[in-house]
Design a protein around this ligand. Structure first.
Ligand code: B3K
Ligand code: ZN
Length: 855
């Protein structure tokens, strides 16, 4: 059925809920096509709302069997989004709503609400999935304790909170902590767990489980270890202990995102739980560690303190991302983690901010809230917290967080509540800083310098370009961490934080013995684009001597980018020798962390170059970018062949596989070296690495390196033969081939693989591994004639029919369409228009496509 015209929801329209919920009791009788859900909900009028309201309950796709209020049967007439009980039928004061509905989890392909995956029942309620389970005021500011009874023959029956009792065919759970409905969860399946435990700092013994399908039980040890380290870290760093007797994690194969922080019952996409050295790469291990921590940290930042409404999403997501970044820095390396986070921020969030989907960290309206789980809300939201911490200092940050937890525990809060604790504990007015939450777009800072008679003057100017719906921008409060380096490499000025709070700021430093080289935006102290032209010699100096590891990396990155730009713009035929020399120094410096050297060896990607060219006012040509990048790789590999060979050898990690940072960093550098070498040795080193790999990092890395030079057919066949029965590894098999396919074959290969027996397109991981992979091959996706665009649009439309959320998420591959030449723009726009005019397009896709078209 076509959706009716979707109506936006506005932040400005917020009204407190007219009724609060004192308690919820649910009974589930599980059945694939006819699950019965009985509910008993005790309501009371909200003293903070005007009296006399009707009772409005959300509900979608429910078959209402009966309903009553205070045991009096009701003739309730649901509409397509819920039902309304007129105020006249409601008792004064508190009352009990009872209802029974029937739902069909087996047919729920949208993977929202109660659905089935591989024979198990599971739920996903955030943001608005609970309304697909029963009638309820499905909004985060209604918090209540839940009691749940599950009846089913399946052996494992789980819900939130603590187990109360169970018997043959049933189990009961009680969650004493008031929570919004989006944190409700239920699981039923034939699952296994190897239990573990953790004792909290206040002496609570907590049972820990990671539930998986039989056969996967040997793949959960790393996730369990990460969970225990997360629990300890949150106690030690934030003083937050776990608050139930049991913590359950369940791995599910069909899941729309990474994982979900349901109270006491986290549900995970199995790719972020299951790992063995043979099947998971170091990047997978790191993702598992991060996401396990992220969902666990939500227990305080999200669950005990939640969001008043969905506009406040970054209150929990930005903060929890920031916390997981801190955790990962502590577990691994702060310098490397910061570089990786900034690369991700630029690749995803700056891209979003520069295009038609730009929106503030706190949006003002939405049509489908699932479309706003974005890099802006998550990653830019985390950057705002990092800036707050820099502005008030570490101690006051800790005090502000203590105040936040003490004041708001058990509440549904706003960004205003958050800013208020920083103003109080941080002792400063943050009204200007708050603009960051409301103003979309990436600010640019233009830095100019003046040097005269021992006096150095730095001038910073800020500017933010208009974004959709926000033509005029105000100056933000931007912390710019900076230092000065002397020509001999000594530090003239250690890190200071300048606060750029108006359109411009000038600072002068006197009595300097020589012209300094400025190291600006140290640690990437603000999510901005810095326009600061520095000659190669200055960049080389920073690369060798900057005390800030991020800016050392950044100097190398600027050299690499300038080199590639010059080749793309045809002002240079070959990479600048200064760049190659700098690269040699960096990758051969044994005093540097191998993980850092591996990042330095990674040239800016095709998408990164397209973005930076476009930022500089040029029209990127994906084909040219691909060719020039290949040419640069060839030149680097030829010039540094001996060094790369030595690295590939030195960085071997003998002994049993260890996923910890030290060995992972060595493997990263080794694989980067092998991949670079492929351009000079016909892939000999990569073939050798593939043949001898005893772990997935090296196996996949080596095969990908071969694919990158147009080889790897035999290795691909071996890979397939070995892993064809492992669904997570098969995602890698699909993805690598398409991502690294030559531009002229990528679309045809993708088409072929969509006909492969294992292309289960309804599985979100597999869809992403095939259709998403083509989007991640820019030269292939943007090939002449638009075949890539058509193929992706066809599949998005098909997926939209069964899973709108997943389709909308994958649709952002079109968001950069205005960046390209007019032929490509025409083709891209016509695909967007074709999708827009599809007769049964979902609300999710309708909103995304309209925004991308700029309507
Ligand atoms: N809170 C969930 C995301 C829910 C997405 C709903 N479309 C996972 C997380 O951020 O931890
Ligand atoms: Zn989260």
């Amino acid at each position: 059925m076509p959706d009716t015209t979707p109506q936006p929801v506005f932040l400005a329209d917020y009204q407190p809920p007219p009724f609060l919920v004192e308690s919820v009791a649910l009974t589930f009788r599980l059945h694939p096509t006819a699950t019965r859900v009985s509910s008993e909900i005790r309501f009371r009028p909200n003293p903070d709302a005007t009296p006399g309201h009707d009772l409005r309950l959300d509900g979608e796709g429910l078959n209402l069997l009966h309903a009553s209020i205070d045991a009096m049967p009701l003739d309730a007439r649901p509409d397509t989004t819920g039902l309304t009980i007129p105020a006249a039928l409601l008792p004064e004061g508190a009352f009990v709503w009872q209802a029974e509905v029937e739902i069909a989890p087996e047919g729920n392909t949208a993977l929202e609400g109660l659905y089935m995956s591989g024979g198990m029942y599971c739920t996903q309620c955030e943001a608005e999935g609970f309304r697909k389970i029963t009638y309820y005021p499905d909004r985060p500011d209604v918090m209540a304790p839940f009691r749940v009874r599950i009846e089913s023959d399946l052996p494992v029956l789980l819900s939130n909170g603590n187990p109360v009792a169970s018997g043959a065919g049933w189990a009961e759970w009680d969650d004493p902590h008031p929570k919004p409905s989006y944190l409700f969860a239920l699981v039923g399946g034939d699952l296994v767990s190897t239990p573990d435990s953790f004792t909290t700092m206040d002496g609570r013994h907590v049972t820990l489980n990671i539930w998986v399908r039989k056969g996967d039980e040997h793949s959960t040890a790393y996730a369990m270890d990460a969970l225990k380290r997360s629990m300890l870290w949150d106690e030690q760093v934030y003083g937050r202990a776990y608050d139930l007797d049991i913590f359950n994690i369940v791995a599910v194969d069909d899941f729309n995102m990474g994982a979900m922080e349901n109270k006491g019952l986290n549900i995970f996409n199995s790719r972020y739980v299951l790992a063995t050295p043979e099947t998971a790469t170091d990047a997978d291990f790191a993702s598992i560690e991060r996401i396990i921590a992220h969902e666990y940290f939500h227990n305080w930042t999200g669950n005990r303190i939640t969001c008043r409404d969905w506009f406040q999403l970054s209150l929990k997501e930005g903060l929890t991302v920031f916390r997981d970044q801190q955790f990962m820095g502590d577990m691994r390396s702060h310098a490397v983690k910061r570089i990786e986070d900034v690369l991700t921020l630029r690749a995803r969030q700056f891209r979003e901010d520069a295009g038609p989907l730009a929106h503030p960290v706190r949006p003002e309206s939405y049509v489908e809230i699932n479309n706003f789980y974005t890099a802006t809300v998550y990653e830019k939201g985390a950057e705002l917290i990092r800036m707050l911490r820099l502005l008030v200092g570490e101690d006051r940050y800790a005090a502000a967080l203590d105040l936040y937890f003490n004041r708001h525990d058990g509440q549904a809060c706003t960004i205003e509540d958050w800013i208020a604790v920083f103003e109080e504990a941080g002792g400063r007015d943050l009204s200007q800083f708050k603009r960051w939450y409301g103003q979309a777009g990436t600010p640019r800072i233009d830095a100019t310098e003046d040097w005269q008679d021992g006096q150095y003057t730095l001038t910073l100017r800020q500017h933010t370009a208009p974004t959709p719906g926000q033509p005029l921008k105000e100056p933000l409060l931007i912390p710019v961490a900076m230092g000065l380096i002397g020509p001999d490499g000594t530090e003239f000025l250690p890190t200071q934080v300048l606060e750029l709070d108006g359109p411009t700021l000038s600072v002068t430093y006197d009595n300097l013995p020589a012209r300094p080289v400025a190291s600006l935006l140290r640690g990437f102290s603000a999510p901005v684009v810095l326009d600061h032209t520095q000659p190669p010699a200055d960049l080389a100096l920073l690369l060798a001597h900057d005390t800030d590891p991020f800016n050392r990396f950044e100097a190398g990155r600027s050299l690499a980018r300038d080199t590639l730009h010059a080749m793309i713009m045809q002002t240079a035929a070959q990479p600048d020798p200064q760049f190659i020399d700098a690269l040699r120094i960096m990758i051969c410096d044994d005093t540097l962390d191998p993980a850092f050297r591996a990042l330095a060896l990674r040239l800016p990607g095709q998408e990164d170059l397209a973005a930076s060219l476009s930022e500089a006012g040029h029209t990127p040509d994906p084909t040219v970018i691909f060719q020039i990048r290949q040419k640069a790789m060839h030149a680097i590999a030829t010039a540094l062949k001996a060094e790369l060979e030595k690295i590939a050898q030195d960085m071997e990690t003998p002994g049993p596989f260890n996923p910890a940072a030290r060995d992972a960093g060595r493997r990263a550098l080794r694989i980067q070296a092998v991949a670079a070498l492929a351009y000079a040795d016909h892939g000999d080193a990569a073939k050798n690495a593939f043949a001898h790999a005893n772990n997935m990092t090296e196996q996949l890395g080596a095969w990908s390196a071969l694919l990158g030079i147009g080889a790897g057919a035999q290795e691909g066949a071996e890979f397939y033969a070995r892993w064809r029965h492992d669904r997570l590894v098969m995602d890698k098999w699909f993805m690598a081939q398409i991502m690294f396919a030559a531009p002229d074959t990528a679309v045809a290969l993708t088409e072929t693989l969509t006909r492969h027996a294992s292309f289960d397109w309804k599985n979100p991981n597999r869809f992403r591994a095939v259709i998403g992979a083509l989007g991640a091959n820019p030269a292939g996706f943007h090939c002449q004639g638009g075949a890539g665009y058509r193929l992706v649009a066809d599949w998005l439309l098909r997926l939209d029919g069964v899973n709108p959320q997943a389709a909308a998420r994958n649709s952002t591959v079109f968001e950069t369409w205005r960046r390209y030449d007019s032929d490509r723009q025409t083709l891209l726009r016509s695909e967007l228009q074709r999708m827009a005019s599809h007769p049964t397009l979902s609300r999710d896709m309708t909103e995304m496509v309209a925004r991308m078209l700029g309507e």
